[in-house]
Design a binder for this molecule. Structure first.
Ligand SMILES: O=C(CO)[C@@H](O)[C@H](O)COP(=O)(O)O
Length: 253
């Protein structure tokens, strides 16, 4: 039997009535915003504490796995994710910036990740891997790096739960947001709307108080923020501020 993908605690489901809006049915575009702080910007010597500091404020914790092959940077891998999983109940949004994701991605699903995203540029058969991830119990995400057009992947949206549009070149935190990447977000949102698909459109890179609204207006509804959260004096407050800005821009405040 194929296990069901884990449900996200507290997430508003499309098709259900929005709280406070009796009779109104949510469409995919009206999902409440997801704020996913990236632990890449946290203090790695205190990972457990850093993740617990955003409990109750963050929707997902974004875990950047880099292998120094797919990207020129090296972060953490499966043993760290397995240990960290025990330290918090926040759903894990694992972003694999690795070559050969077919080999490693299912293990992250088995380790309890809520969503596992792999890169289009690193995978020959994204549909097969998405199916494997769903069968392993996680949501399936496809990431599109800065220099990759999204058009060839629009046909794959029905097989995906998340599409992650990089708004920087993958590999390092703290880079400047690239607004020109938002055309990809618009393309995905248009296709999702036409085909009535329930897919999260996630943006990653340079997301902060001065950039999140334009990403939300373009159609994004999940926002990765590293520096803007872990570089703030009060990470939980920074998340609340980002959520408010995104929700207003999405028209769901
Ligand atoms: O995937 C990546 C980097 O490749 C990101 O998740 C960064 O960690 C985002 O950091 P900020 O731009 O928000 O500082």
């Amino acid at each position: 039997m194929v296990p069901m993908a884990r449900a996200l605690p507290g997430e508003i489901q499309p098709g259900k009535c929005a709280p406070g809006r009796p009779g109104h049915t949510l469409s995919a575009v009206e999902l409440s915003p997801i704020i996913a702080p990236s632990i890449l910007a946290s203090d790695f010597s205190r990972l457990g504490e850093e993740v617990r500091a955003i409990e109750g404020a963050a929707d997902w914790v974004h875990v950047d796995v880099m292998d120094n092959h797919f990207v020129p940077n090296l972060t953490l891998g499966l043993p760290v994710v397995q240990s960290l999983r025990k330290a918090t109940a926040i759903p894990f949004d694992v972003h694999l910036m690795i070559t050969d994701p077919q080999r490693w991605a299912p293990a992250y699903a088995e380790a309890g990740a809520y969503n596992v995203t792999f890169h289009a540029e690193a995978c020959d058969d994204p549909v097969a891997l998405a199916k494997t991830l769903r069968a392993a119990g996680s949501k399936a995400g496809l990431a599109i790096d800065r220099d990759t057009p999204v058009e060839p992947y629009l046909e794959l949206l029905p097989y995906l739960d998340t599409i992650l549009i990089m708004t920087i070149k993958a590999g390092f935190g703290g880079q400047a947001f690239m607004p020109e990447m938002l055309d990809k977000v618009r393309d995905v949102r248009r296709r999702a709307k036409v085909n009535n698909l329930e897919i999260r459109i996630e943006v990653d890179g340079g997301i902060a108080a001065d950039t999140i609204e334009q990403a939300a207006e373009a159609g994004a509804d999940a926002f990765v923020a590293g520096t803007a959260v872990y570089g703030a004096a009060d990470p939980a407050e920074a998340i609340r501020k980002l959520r408010g800005l995104a929700a207003r821009a999405m028209g769901v405040a």
